[in-house]
Write a protein that binds this ligand. Structure first.
Ligand SMILES: *Cc1c(COP(=O)(O)O)cnc(C)c1O
Length: 385
């Protein structure tokens, strides 16, 4: 394995911060293959929004393109443009809502638009005509998320309108689950039925059906009936399960480790509380080390006095409030030296600190932990051999 930092990142004379995210690209490839094997003939669209769930938009996109992924999914126009500027040539579906004045930029960068109303579709078709290009769209049907998309009960007019577009290829039609990661799948099944009913529009007219897709990670795992022509896994690709309830019938493994180094060592006496607000103190002499990571890097302040880290393969508690750029760890009377590795996320076997665990300590979900790891933290990529 060769490790290469992402670009651009903050370095001093080419030397990285002692705090890094290490991303194992081969692991991402294994997760992708495991998902593909599970969904059989359905295509797999890696979802790369929010800096590829913290793993680095450009590097993950390049690797997915090299692996032969047929399509990439992002949330925003800006993410799509960045991918095009970095030379990604795969089709890219921008799944979020669009504003009228953004349409020319979508077309200029050959990005696939989400048409979530007749109005938006008309804007797209008109802009394509004006620019003398063909637009590529996927229709968005709201079957129960109430986020974007035309409601399933009034979708017919959008589908009818889509047949009349002169400058637009309606390549896909999709919906999104609100509860596919739950133990109780009744609401997800209801959404699925609604989507299937909308799709009968094509059958009834003997028209070819556009590419149908609905499954996020939860549905990839739990609702094989929803795999259709294409699935859209995000978090599962990164080796993290979407909730604690889902069935674990696809084996994936985390691709990321968050590492830092001890930057300071001291003995703290009783009666001498640690960090802002003096929220923690020991009743005996302890050794405390300082780690140069803080909430300004996305190591949530909510982890204060709750999280644990690994030093020398052993777990130790974070003590006192997490600061913007630093936090403290109580190592009792064990040894640690400046420069020793500190693992915030990662590690082997029973001692491993998982994203799920960090999320629980912080009172949130793994998605939020991953997507908040700031760009101030350099990403290092372990390149597959
Ligand atoms: C984020 C997102 C996904 C991926 O969700 P995961 O739960 O991470 O698999 C799929 N589809 C849409 C529309 C999304 O917004």
């Amino acid at each position: 394995m060769r490790s290469v930092p992402n670009h651009p990142t903050i370095t001093t004379n080419g030397v990285l911060r002692p705090t890094v995210l290490e991303i194992d690209l081969a692991r991402l490839g294994e997760n992708y293959a495991a998902i593909q094997a599970h969904v059989g003939t359905a295509a797999v669209m890696p979802v790369l929004k929010a800096n590829a769930y913290g793993h680095g938009l450009i590097e993950v996109a390049r690797y997915m393109q090299a692996l032969g992924a047929p399509y990439l999914g992002v949330a925003f126009l800006e993410e799509g443009i960045l991918l095009r500027e970095q030379g990604i040539t795969l089709p890219i579906l921008v799944m979020g809502g669009i504003l009228g004045d953004q349409v020319p930029l979508f077309l200029q960068h050959n990005l696939t638009l989400t048409a979530s109303s007749e109005d938006k579709l008309r804007q797209v078709d008109e802009a394509a005509e004006a620019m003398g290009v063909r637009a590529r769209v996927h229709l968005k049907i709201d079957t129960g998320m109430e986020r974007i998309g035309v409601h399933y009960y009034s979708a017919e007019s959008l589908l009818t309108a889509s047949l009349k577009c002169q400058h637009t290829d309606v390549e896909g039609i999709f919906s999104h689950f609100a509860n596919a990661d739950a133990a109780d799948l009744s609401s997800a099944r209801l959404q699925l039925e609604r989507f299937e009913e909308v799709l009968r529009f094509y059958e009834r007219r003997s028209l070819p059906t556009p590419v149908r897709h609905m499954a996020n990670s939860g549905a990839v795992l739990q609702l094989p009936e929803s795999h259709f022509d294409l699935v859209r896994p995000g978090i599962l690709l990164y080796g993290v399960y979407p909730s604690a309830e889902v069935s674990l019938n696809v084996a994936v493994y985390p691709a990321l480790r968050w590492l830092s180094k001890v930057v300071y060592f001291k003995v703290v006496r009783p009666g001498h509380p640690v960090s802002y607000g003096s929220t923690w103190e020991s009743d005996h002499m302890v050794r405390v080390v300082t780690v140069p990571v803080g909430y300004g890097d996305g190591y949530f302040r909510a982890l204060s006095n709750r999280a644990e880290v690994l030093i020398g393969g052993k777990r130790y508690p974070v003590v006192g409030r997490i600061c913007m750029d630093q936090f403290m760890v109580n190592i009792e009377w064990d040894s640690a030296y400046n420069g020793d590795e500190v693992i915030l996320i990662g590690g082997e076997g029973a001692a491993a600190i998982t994203v799920e665990q960090v999320a629980e300590w912080a009172g949130t979900i793994p998605y939020e932990i991953l997507t908040n790891i700031n760009t101030r933290v350099p990403r290092i990529y372990l390149q597959p051999k």
